[in-house]
Design a protein. Sequence first.
Length: 180
Amino acid sequence: MGRRRRPRGRPVDGILLLDKPLGLTSNQALQQVKHLFHAQKAGHTGSLDPLADGMLPICFGIATRLSAFLLDSDKHYQVRVRLGERTATGDAEGEVIERRPVEGIDRERIAAVLPRFTGEIQQLPPMYSAVKHKGERLYKLAREGKEVEREPRTITIHALELGELEGVEFDLRVHCSKGT
């Protein structure tokens, strides 16, 4: 018979709302917080891409039983949109591979288009995302120069709210289903 291993760390129960910084994966942020609290058991409630910052709930101890409910909850994001450019990665960090002129943009024109992007839609996960393919994060595969076939996912955009507009850039608040 083997010996019982003593759990490492100390029992910590509760939920911490972590402002995850840019550049860290959700798991890296979790491990840093778990180490800081010397916690035996901890888990996060959904992945934020490394290039995203924002609030990431971390559950400790018995509160990890709640993480499934938080994982299935709607999400809220605030993003900055730049019109007229397409990047290799589909985000602001990638190399610009196409530019097109954008003219006559105003709040009314943008607001008139937003309803087309609300409701239940099919979304193809971008290669630079935290979505997993055969256990591997897509962004890791993309960084290795690999592209894999992805299945479209049904997601729901509940609301899009236009924020500040500056030239061809604007802020957008998004209320969406998980996995968006």
